[in-house]
Design a protein around this ligand. Sequence first.
Ligand code: PRP
Length: 212
Amino acid sequence: MRYITFALAKGRLARQAMGLLKKVGITCPEMEDPNTRKLIFTNEELKLKFFLAKASDVPTYVEYGAADIGIVGRDTILEERRNLYEVLDLGIGKCRMCVAGPAEAAELLRHQQLIRVATKYPVIAKDYFYNRKHQTVEIIKLNGSVELAPIVGLSEVIVDIVETGTTLKENGLQVLEEICDLSAKVVVNQVSMKMENQRITQMIQDLRGALA
Ligand code: PRP
């Protein structure tokens, strides 16, 4: 029997996902050590491997088959546009992709003005403004702390993830438009789905059952 390999978006999502997987007997005791700096873990008995990757790289590992299964946020899946099967919504890591900014920016959005949009998600932002709203905007790619952009005058609005809304509120910004709901998904490599169909399908079925 060959190993089935999971790529997990490291951090809170990986910890929550492992909690869910444990419910259906997909475990990895080696991973439970809170002080470990290892990136790859094995359960020899179940012939499973797990590795922790940067969220935005999880779809890449899965598309190329370095991992059979990935667990990652829908934001990353939409942004990366990789060829993979999206098989299950885990219902964890729930948040929203939003256009946000100072209250005054609502007017600019309403009047279809040429505005600057700062974001970690240029693909999602472009799709929203160009294809859904038919509004021409300038997209400025940032890598984090995107809320800074409208405060320091880099952009009029941002496209970013809103979970509790605290970051926006504490920086004098607000949600202006909602783009979509987000949560963590299970994705599967297209070849693995054929070659290891029985094991992977069983895991997905078990997980679906545990979530229901
Ligand atoms: C995310 C997101 C927002 C914040 C939203 O940032 O980009 O900044 O969380 O959460 P809230 O609505 O609960 O305040 P993250 O912590 O991933 O950091 P970064 O985007 O700045 O890298």
